[in-house]
Design a binder for this molecule. Structure first.
Ligand SMILES: Nc1nc2c(ncn2[C@@H]2O[C@H](COP(=O)(O)OP(=O)(O)OP(=O)(O)O)[C@@H](O)[C@H]2O)c(=O)[nH]1
Ligand SMILES: [Mg+2]
Length: 294
């Protein structure tokens, strides 16, 4: 039976900023999901695919679990909770640079019913503030016996051992995607996400959370360049001012950095045309949230 092909959908869960997206990128060997120091960077269930010898793992990178009853947060949480329920395996990412506390406690309670399919990534062991024994004690208390792997998603240390254990724990099953796939995201979604990542990296306070990218159109030029037009939608005029920057410096920085990253992601150049637009209270508009968060 050793040669049976195995596969699993793996829900990646954990508190905001635990390093879930960084870990999925490290495992898949490509930038599948955007990463930033700002909690709640991920707003969708992003799929990353890892195909190895005799196995395929499909990772569902979810928004950080966060208890708040704002409409947007409720939707983000629902995504993670559904992924948890439907997945074959759960990869619970713990950030060793922050003491567990009430947020981690709430997550441990939420994942406990799925204990039999949980593996734990004990992340950020490279960081100076990392406290592995405390994280290990927490896991032993809340999820006794769950396999746990010390690793640094950022540096890639310990990631192979985790992948081997996930492959081993997977049930027999087919490859769902061709071997060369590392994500199933549409190009226009990846472009919007890359733009949003730059906003998260270059703005502060409430601004990153006030932004979404609205796709308008795209077309290809004769030389193969893809031209993408989209709006950066914000909630207030002051945020619009910040995103444009003095003399347009901020929007230029966002555009140029995003174009540079996209040149690595795709095998054709991408040119971005981005406008900044105000739409007050978009976060309370269920229609927009439904479209954005899925
Ligand atoms: N030192 C260190 N930093 C890390 C590691 N993994 C992730 N980070 C950093 O932690 C921050 C959050 O990483 P993300 O991958 O965006 O975290 P996330 O869990 O996906 O966050 P949300 O999508 O907001 O829930 C970023 O600044 C990462 O660079 C690690 O292994 N070591
Ligand atoms: Mg993320």
């Amino acid at each position: 039976m050793e040669n049976v092909h195995k596969s699993a959908f793996v829900a990646v869960v954990g508190r905001p900023s635990a390093g879930k997206s960084t870990l999925v990128n490290a495992i898949c060997g490509q930038k599948v999901a955007i990463v930033s120091p700002v909690p709640q960077t991920t707003r969708n269930t992003v799929r990353g695919i890892k195909t190895g010898d005799g196995y395929q793992l499909v990772f569902l990178d979810t928004p950080g679990l966060h208890d708040s009853d704002k409409s947007m947060n409720r939707r983000l949480r629902d995504l993670a909770v559904h992924a948890l329920r439907d997945a074959d395996l759960v990869l619970y990412v713990i950030d060793t640079t922050r003491p567990p506390g009430p947020e981690e406690d709430a997550i441990a309670t939420r994942v406990a019913p799925f204990a039999s399919k949980i593996l734990v990534a004990v992340n950020k062991i490279d960081a100076r503030e990392s406290d592995v024994p405390t994280a290990r004690r927490f896991i032993e208390e809340r999820l006794p016996g769950a396999p746990a792997f010390d690793l640094s998603a950022e540096q890639g240390t310990g990631v192979d051992a985790l992948v081997a254990a996930l492959a081993e724990a997977s049930p027999p099953g087919p490859a769902y995607y061709p071997a060369e796939f590392y994500t199933d995201q549409e190009p226009v979604f990846r472009i919007a996400e890359t733009i949003r990542e730059k906003v998260f990296l270059h703005t502060r306070n409430e601004v990153p959370h006030a932004v979404y990218v609205e796709y308008q159109s795209h077309h290809k030029l004769d030389d193969g360049t893809l031209v993408y037009e989209g709006d950066l939608v914000v909630e207030r005029e002051t945020q619009k001012g910040i995103l444009i920057g003095s003399g347009g410096s901020m929007i230029r920085l966002i555009r140029e950095e995003a174009e540079r990253d996209l040149a690595d992601i795709f095998d054709y150049p991408v040119r971005l045309s981005i406008k900044v637009r105000v739409q007050a209270d978009w976060k309370k508009d269920e229609r927009i949230l439904k479209k954005l968060i899925q």
